[in-house]
Design a protein around this ligand. Structure first.
Ligand code: SF4
Ligand code: SF4
Length: 521
């Protein structure tokens, strides 16, 4: 692959607000009194709890087991005692609750026994994927896709190029920037492991031009097989498909996956977690997170344990209690509002944005669409956002899919430029949720229909079997009748023969008596 850069459609130059938090070195967050560790922090099946209240656990110990192929284990992020396994609110746009293992920390932070491999370079791809899975590593850039699954593109697909995403294009978020500056060696080593696990020929790390320190740190750490490339500052260049297009010139097809163009993209933080898993036998139990915005007096990056309540993190960054008017998980473009700070940090949490003053998203009057076309000009996926809006609003879910709703990456560029302040992305999320809901209902109905048909078939089969049994019984009974009739006939014949013999004997006696009488006479 050449390092010649290519463009991508649309996009925006945004005010980054990154210097607020990127200037300070990251800090290790304090161990909270209680950790709320969700059993589902990844796409796929939730982990199954392996612990119960009262049980003592050590840092790094498995507390939730993977429950299917699309599942990874969950580990304790400090030592302590399990006090509860119950539903608690987790970071989700709907305020969703999910099963969490609640651990009361003992403050000792005692590690569970970790096993390390003497020479991980000798491991084959399957063994590497297994170690990465055991460590509970998922994509830390947003979606939380189990990493071991992504490293296995499936039969017939070959990954030629691994791209590490260090673009971090969304405003306010700087956790990857700090990680790249502070742990470039772990990222490069992780990149090499990912390359070995996929048998890829090339590996390139893309870093936005507004992170010169991170770029230099990676360049200094990079080995021969890892290329570090600066990419232009343009939102959303950190989108998977956009970064692939910029670095390779290849366009991932609509509804397609990067593997279809021979590319695998991982976030830089995921690469560092892969390194920790393979080289140190260390599970994913902490991450860098940006705590920023006008709602905190000391915006910065923290290395925090998974399960730490966000309130603890905000307080460690000088939360302006009583003044915070909006709390966002993620950045202002793609993040989502939180109802309160009493939700835990999860593996995919990259930023907590606390703002004071009037909520910038609230209060703006929503006006009718004037069909200005600005939204289409900035869409990086070349969609027609206003058409999607009309169809989503009309709940015409066939049409909205015909217009490739599921290619929308929810980057928010369209809503950002809309002069009518239409919350376009909310309409797209609504339409996606409705379609998923309908699909689930359809699947349920299909399942119910299949069950009903199976029941009818079973009843019919049982009826046929019952009839066959009755027929067989009747046949046996009629055989018995015939036998009985035969026996009776035989008995009658015997009786008749006996009668005849008796009669014969009697007549012969008479004759003998007459003869004797004649002789006597
Ligand atoms: S930018 Fe807004 S007003 Fe203009 S076409 Fe798109 S949805 Fe309509
Ligand atoms: S949110 Fe979707 S429709 Fe709007 S610009 Fe981004 S990708 Fe295009």
């Amino acid at each position: 692959m050449s390092s010649r850069l290519h463009g991508f459609p649309g996009g925006l130059i945004l005010d980054g607000h990154k210097a607020i938090s990127s200037g300070r070195p990251s800090m290790r967050a304090a161990i909270p009194e209680r950790l709320f560790i969700p059993l589902q922090q990844h796409i796929g099946e939730p982990a199954e709890a392996l612990v119960r209240p009262g049980q003592r656990v050590l840092k790094g110990e498995v507390i939730g087991a993977a429950s299917g192929y699309f599942s990874v284990p969950v580990h304790a992020s400090t030592s302590g005692t399990v006090v509860e396994v119950a539903d608690h609110p987790v970071p989700h746009p709907s305020g969703l609750k999910c099963a969490c293992v609640v651990i009361e920390a003992d403050g000792e932070d005692t590690w569970f026994e970790r096993s390390t491999i003497a020479d991980p370079t000798r491991l084959d791809p399957a063994a590497l994927r297994n170690l990465i899975r055991k460590a509970g590593v998922v994509g830390m850039g947003g979606a939380g896709f189990p990493t071991f699954v992504k490293l296995n593109p499936g039969p017939g697909r070959h990954v030629k190029t691994v791209i590490l995403n260090g673009a971090e294009c969304e405003p306010y978020i700087t956790c990857d920037d700090r990680l790249m500056r502070e742990r470039p060696g772990a990222i490069v080593a992780g990149a090499e492991i990912i390359r070995r696990a996929t048998q890829a020929e090339r590996c390139v790390i893309g870093v936005e031009e507004n992170k010169p320190e991170a770029y230099q740190a990676l360049r200094d750490a990079a080995s021969d097989g890892v290329e570090v490339v600066q990419v232009p500052v343009r939102y959303p260049i950190g989108g998977e498909k956009e970064l692939i297009q910029v670095l390779t010139g290849r366009e991932v097809p609509s509804d397609g996956l990067p593997a279809e163009v021979g590319v695998l993209v991982q976030n830089v933080a995921t690469a560092a977690a892969v390194y920790e898993a393979v080289e140190k036998g260390q599970p994913l139990i902490s991450r860098y997170v940006t705590v920023t915005g006008s709602g905190v007096s000391e915006p910065r990056n923290l290395e925090a344990r998974i399960g730490t309540p966000l309130r603890d993190l905000l307080e460690q960054c000088g939360m302006r209690e009583g003044e915070v008017t909006s709390l966002i998980m993620g950045g202002p473009m793609m993040g989502f509002s939180l109802r309160d700070a009493d939700v835990p940090l999860v593996k995919t949490s990259n930023c907590v944005l606390a703002e004071t003053g009037p909520d910038s998203n609230a209060g703006l009057p929503v006006l009718p669409c004037i069909r200005c076309g600005s939204c289409a000009q900035v869409c990086p996926v070349k969609l027609l956002p206003q058409q999607l809006y009309w169809y989503a609003r009309a709940k015409d879910f066939d049409k909205v899919q015909d217009h490739h709703l599921f290619d929308c990456i929810e980057c928010g560029c369209c809503a950002y430029v809309c002069p009518s302040n239409i919350p376009l992305v909310q309409y797209y999320r609504f339409a996606k949720t409705e379609i998923w809901g309908q699909e689930r209902e359809r699947e349920k109905a299909d399942l119910a229909r299949r069950r009903h048909e199976a029941r009818l078939a079973r009843l019919e089969r049982e009826k046929r079997e019952r009839e066959a049994r009755h027929r067989a019984k009747r046949a046996v009974l009629s055989g018995k009748d015939q036998k009985m009739e035969g026996d009776a006939a035989k008995q009658a014949a015997i009786r008749a023969a006996l009668e005849r013999a008796k009669a014969k004997r009697s007549s012969s006696g008479d004759r003998q008596e007459g003869a004797a009488r004649q002789r006597t006479d």
